[in-house]
Ligand binder design. Structure first.
Ligand code: ATP
Ligand code: MG
Length: 319
């Protein structure tokens, strides 16, 4: 039927909608036992990629497989892969429990499983309420419960944190991590790196349908060179002393400090002492993943601030 590996493999995937290239030559794999974040700004091609993976959109070229097979060749797909895509439709007059029972019977799992997943996602007390009255976050939880019905080996969630409150996000994080630790494959999309930063082990970052970064989150952090930010009594004297030691990457910041790359703060402090320069403040810059994410993905639908807001920014001195 399929190889049972739980591996998601996307290879040279491209999707063209008329003149729009939604996904362009995208390749990545997602292995069992880890949570992978699929990240990119609005319109980057995340949902289109996931829809191709789930057999809902036909690729223009390339392949997307689960367990080595395209979705429609999976046999019992409901038991292999559970998915939540955006804009999930629910019958508004159905209760959550009945909704789940309908899906349970469709994929051939017992009703008891419906009751179990509803408790798992924290909707036990709302199980017999009509879904039409559910909040966005409750609908997200119900969609997740639906995806979990077949106890799937592979979980694919499109923006699952959308609409969840902080407690819900924390719960989702723990849940997905423990699901992955059980040997399952978890792929979640988001347009916010910060939202999934603490949940994912590796990331695939896309922009305009193309891969910008693919690898462990740790590697992304390390790709940004650390800088030492220092406030010396004499900028020129410290810069000259550092250059004399072979340190070239020195930059003056608008706030009057020096930013020195590729060194430890100890070296900067020792050099300053030898040069007779006082140090009023010194710190190692924290790696700012969000800034890195912006740099990698900036652009496609970037808006402009209205004029008064731009003015305010300039007056405030933020650039
Ligand atoms: N059915 C379609 N017909 C035409 N264009 C489409 C279709 N589906 C998606 N697109 C286009 O493909 C591009 C990628 O869209 P997609 O929905 O995959 O982005 P996304 O990364 O999921 O964005 P978001 O964060 O806003 O959900 C967009 O330019 C979008 O307009
Ligand atoms: Mg989307």
């Amino acid at each position: 039927m399929h190889d049972g590996s739980g591996l998601i493999a996307v290879q040279n995937l491209t999707k063209q909608f008329g003149p729009v290239t939604a996904v362009q030559n995208l390749s990545f794999t997602v292995s069992p036992g880890s949570v992978t974040g699929f990240l990119g700004p609005n319109g980057a091609g995340k949902t289109t990629t996931l829809r191709m993976l789930l057999g809902l959109v036909k690729p223009t070229s390339g392949t997307a497989t689960i367990n080595g097979r395209p979705f429609h060749q999976l046999g019992q797909p409901g038991r292999v892969v559970g998915a939540v895509l955006e804009a999930q439709g629910f019958h508004p007059a159905r209760t959550a429990r009945n909704h789940l029972r309908v899906y349970a019977s469709a994929i051939g799992v017992p009703d008891a499983q419906a009751d179990q997943v509803i408790g798992l996602v924290g909707l036990g007390s709302a199980a017999d309420r009509k879904v039409g009255g559910f909040s966005l976050g409750m609908k997200q939880r119900l969609a997740l419960a639906t995806a979990l019905l077949g106890d799937p080996q592979v979980l694919v969630l499109d923006e699952p944190a959308n609409g969840l409150d902080p407690e819900g996000i924390a719960w989702l994080r723990t849940f997905l991590q423990s699901y992955a630790r059980m040997g399952r494959t978890v792929l979640i999309s988001s347009h916010l790196l910060a939202e999934v930063e603490q949940t994912v082990d590796q990331v695939v970052i896309i922009s305009r349908g193309q891969t910008m970064f693919y690898g462990p989150l740790q590697q992304l952090r390390q790709s940004q060179q650390k800088r030492v930010l220092v406030q010396p009594s004499d900028l020129n004297a410290l810069a000259t002393a550092l250059r004399a030691e072979g340190v070239q990457a020195i930059e003056q910041l608008p706030d009057g400090r020096l930013a020195v790359s590729g060194v430890e703060s100890k070296q900067v402090a020792d050099t300053a002492l030898k040069a007779g320069v006082s140090i009023y403040g010194i710190q190692e810059e924290q790696v700012d993943l969000e800034r890195l994410f912006f740099q990698l993905t900036s652009g496609q639908y970037a808006g402009y601030a209205p004029a008064p807001y731009q003015q305010q920014q300039q007056q405030g001195g933020w650039h």
